[in-house]
Each structure stands twice: as C-alpha cells, then as structure tokens.
Design a protein around this ligand. Structure first.
Ligand SMILES: C[S@@+](CC[C@H](N)C(=O)[O-])C[C@H]1O[C@@H](n2cnc3c(N)ncnc32)[C@H](O)[C@@H]1O
Length: 246
C-alpha cells in the first residue's frame, strides 16, 4: 500500500503500526477524503506533550502552541506563577495540561460546552498526572465563585462567511464558528471578565489573523489603563491578544 501524498513519513509509520493491511486500506480511503490523520492516529504532539485526540473534539493546532508559549513567558515575567486561571473552551485540554506541567502551582479551571471534550481533557490531564478543575459549562451561563488572575482562551472565532479548508468538515462546528463576524466570544469574555478577575490580571487569547485591530480597540474601550498587545505568529500574522491589567 502506498503512502497518500498528504501524509508525512512519520504519520504513515504510525498509521502502519496501528492498522493492519485491510484496515489500512479503509484508513487510506478516509484520508483521501480529507479525514484528519490525527483522529486516525489518536494523538498529536503539542509542545512536546502527547495529547489524545478524538472525533467530536477539535484537534489542537500548531498556532495554539504560540499562545501557550507567549502566556508562559508573560506569567514568568510578571511573577504570576501561582495564580488562579480560567481556561475557556478547553477542547482536548492541551492548554491547561501544558500550563500546569510547566507551572505546577497554577490553580486551573477549564470549561467547555462539549461533554466529549471534557471527558477527553480529563483523560489528557490524568495521563500527565495533573490536577485541573474541569467543568462542563456554556461560557454564556458561567457564574464563577472565585476570581481569576489569568483568563486564557482559544474560542471559536471563524466568521460564518469565511472560506475554510476541507478537513474542517470532520471537526465540530461549534468549536470553530462564531457569530458577530467571529467576535461573539471575545466580546463577551472581555466584557464579562471584568467581574471574573482579580485587580491584577491578564487575558490571553488566540485570535483570527484579521481580528487584531478591532479587538485591540474593543479591549481599550473596556480597559483604558491596560497594556494591550497583539502578537504575531511565526508566519507574521496577528494571532494573539494580551490584555494586561497591572
Ligand atoms: C477553537 S476550540 C479550542 C480548543 C482548545 N482550547 C484548543 O486550543 O485546541 C474552541 C472550544 O470552545 C468550546 N466552546 C464552544 N462554544 C462554547 C461555549 N458556549 N461555552 C464553552 N465552551 C465552548 C468548543 O467545544 C471547543 O472545544
């Protein structure tokens, strides 16, 4: 059986280890229809950590590693390594698992509207033996009891009219698309977050590459004294928004 052109050598090796001849034929047919290879392998490498993935839960993207790296640097710089964290839309749990492994004194709560995501995120946390408070919850109904010093989120942010790649059709739509030109989650979290945060706090978001300018202004209107930074990814596209309230 020949390797499909859109599969890397490493992924092909993993697939051949996992699936025997007859099954591998079926797997190749699925890949030819753009079914994500990661679902077939069952895990991805996220910042050197093996994260389980499963159909029904969004596959972690490479760009999100940048969000976690930038946030870890910021927390170290600001000496905020033992704070309370709220992670909104946890998916596989890749963000809180890596944060907790890198800074074990963080107290992290992670929420997601998707039950399958919470179940998978729990298994990723237990695989790395880290304690994270996972809650199955819609962020628009969330009423936290505690205050957080970091709110981190890679929420759904793709506008309904934006063109997307073919692989996305196998991933959950409610992990990807957002109303209000993709801004619905950011606007709600930035505004509502005022009640949810300690005086000194950070908001860290992954954003779509055309959303930085609008979001910077939106955040400035709500937090006029904050330091607001839009950072680029390795392809020089606006990708991360940080609101720092000191
Ligand atoms: C872009 S994915 C990010 C997943 C993961 N954090 C990552 O970076 O790979 C967005 C996540 O938000 C969750 N989500 C969507 N709407 C939500 C809501 N109203 N409340 C809570 N979580 C929501 C989805 O289920 C999905 O897991």
């Amino acid at each position: 059986m020949n390797k499909p052109s859109n599969v890397t050598d490493l992924d092909w090796k993993l697939l051949k280890e996992k699936y025997k001849e007859k099954k591998l034929e079926k797997v190749v047919k699925l890949i030819e229809k753009n079914y994500p290879v990661q679902y077939l392998i069952g895990n991805v490498d996220f910042m050197g950590y093996e994260i389980f993935v499963k159909k029904g839960v969004l596959i972690p993207r490479f760009e999100t590693e940048g969000l976690v790296e930038e946030t870890l640097n910021l927390l170290k710089e600001e000496k905020m390594d033992d704070i309370s964290v709220l992670d909104i839309g946890t998916g596989t749990g890749c963000i809180p698992v890596v944060l907790k492994k890198e800074l074990p004194n963080l107290e992290i709560t992670s929420i997601d509207i998707n039950k399958k995501a919470i179940k998978l995120a729990k298994s990723n946390a237990s695989n790395y033996n880290v304690k994270i408070n996972f809650i199955h919850k819609n962020v628009f109904h969330y009423k936290p009891i505690n205050k957080y010093s970091l709110i981190i989120s890679n929420p759904p942010y793709v506008s309904k009219d934006e063109p997307v790649g073919p692989e996305i059709k196998y991933e959950p739509k409610n992990a990807i698309f957002a109303k209000n030109d993709g801004f619905k989650y950011y606007e709600y979290i930035i505004k509502q977050g005022k009640k949810w945060t300690t005086e000194k706090n950070i908001f860290a978001f992954e954003i779509g590459c055309n959303q930085g300018k609008y979001l910077k202004k939106y955040a400035k209107d709500i937090y006029p004294n904050a330091k607001i930074i839009v950072k680029k990814d390795l392809s020089e596209r606006d990708r991360y928004l940080f609101i720092i309230n000191k």
